[in-house]
Design a protein around this ligand. Structure first.
Ligand SMILES: Nc1ncnc2c1ncn2[C@@H]1O[C@H](COP(=O)(O)OP(=O)(O)OP(=O)(O)O)[C@@H](O)[C@H]1O
Ligand SMILES: [Mg+2]
Length: 364
């Protein structure tokens, strides 16, 4: 698939901007704080209905304005898709999605119309930081590719919050204890679904990332991914999850929070058998992230049957020539949007349209 046009209205520092990229590489270049990342953020919003850098949608609305919109036209094997995301802080429903000319009932209907992989310097946190970052990585990828996963995840978060609220209630009113069974069963069912998807994703990403990493390091290093779950040997068994929850019940009641479940999952990343988070050098961590991103591209292509869009936010300048070459090889095969402060960072890459970004204005 590829993007045919993108129009921003009162989005971040853009009053109005339209791009009509070709199927190659579109470059956004300019000094710091001019609006380069904002364009990629708008594309990301079309992929998942949310920004990659904030959970607060109102931050996306241009200062002093009440409404913002992002309109996107993509081309797929089955034809043209038109979607729009409308943000309005004066309305009760602050975010709405339009598919074609119809207003969608749920944000999830957006999924599948735009499929992209974003790679930015902050992605180093996937390897470097805690489990939450890796869960987020998996959840974003799976949500984008499998709308059922997205809905399941929303249900899981709601159910978890309700169970935690009940645990606090029980502390005040112990007669409510029997109602906990129902929540445990629901959470175990949803959790098992989520776990099955995560297990599949990690298996596929693991193979692809291992391949990419071997090629990045000339076969010198072995990158491995593994699913880390509290129900280790059977992560997607609802029964197993339920019995682990039951075993932890006293602890949950005491701490008034749910200590067992997929919200505690992690994805192990090792290089030559050692945890990358603790033992890998900065350069090795960077290679591992790049391998994960390349694996993401492959997974998106396999699941949708079409090439996804690649978005690179200022990453070229941080890669050494070897890693840069690996990335440039992929750029040649998919529609790519790149930001950089210096065009020389893209030396060797196929360059298509170049926009100079200046204070929220795109100069072709
Ligand atoms: N809601 C908003 N309304 C108006 N301007 C905003 C809004 N949110 C952010 N900005 C402005 O957008 C600019 C940041 O844009 P962006 O992150 O795209 O910069 P950039 O060109 O990628 O810079 P860098 O090279 O430093 O990454 C900042 O100057 C910020 O003040
Ligand atoms: Mg930026």
């Amino acid at each position: 698939m590829y993007v045919q046009s993108l129009t921003l209205r009162n989005f971040r520092n853009y009053e109005r901007a339209t791009i009509t990229p070709d199927r190659g590489v579109t470059v956004f270049t300019g000094s710091n704080a001019q609006g380069k990342t904002n364009v990629l953020e708008a594309l990301h919003l079309c992929c998942l209905g949310r920004s990659h850098r904030t959970a607060r949608d109102e931050e996306l609305i241009r200062w002093g304005e009440h409404r913002a919109s992002v309109q996107l036209r993509t081309h797929h094997a089955d034809g043209t898709h038109d979607v729009a995301i409308l943000l309005d802080k004066t309305q009760k429903k602050k975010k709405t999605v339009r598919i074609g000319t119809r207003q969608a009932e749920r944000i999830g209907e957006l999924l599948g119309h735009m499929c992209g992989v974003l790679f930015s310097p902050e992605d180093l946190s996937i390897v470097k930081d805690g489990p939450a970052e890796r869960r987020r990585f998996l959840d974003m990828q799976l949500s984008q590719l499998r709308p059922q996963y997205f809905y399941g995840l929303q249900r899981a978060v709601r159910t978890l919050n309700q169970r935690n609220a009940l645990l606090r209630e029980i502390a005040k009113n112990p007669s409510l204890l029997p109602t906990l069974d129902m929540w445990d069963e629901q959470l175990a069912q949803i959790g098992a679904q989520i776990a099955r998807n995560r297990r599949e994703a990690i298996a596929f990403l693991g193979e692809e990332a291992a391949r990419a990493h071997a090629s990045l390091t000339g076969g010198r290093e072995a990158l491995r991914l593994r699913y880390i779950s509290q129900t280790e040997d059977a992560p997607d068994s609802a029964e197993r999850l339920l019995s682990r929850m039951r075993a932890a019940r006293q602890e949950d009641l005491r701490r008034m929070t749910t200590t067992v479940g997929v919200h505690r999952d992690d994805m192990g990343v090792t290089i030559d058998g050692k945890e990358a988070r603790t033992f890998a050098s900065q350069g090795q961590q960077r290679s591992a992230v790049l391998s994960l991103k390349l694996a993401q591209l492959e997974m998106a292509a396999r699941e949708t049957g079409e090439a996804p869009v690649l978005m690179l936010d200022d990453v070229m300048s941080e890669l050494d020539p070897g890693r840069r070459r690996q990335l440039i090889e992929r750029i040649d095969r998919v529609q790519t949007f790149v930001t950089c402060t210096d065009l020389s960072d893209l030396a060797g890459a196929r360059q298509g349209m170049v926009y100079r970004v200046e204070n929220g204005v795109l100069h072709a």
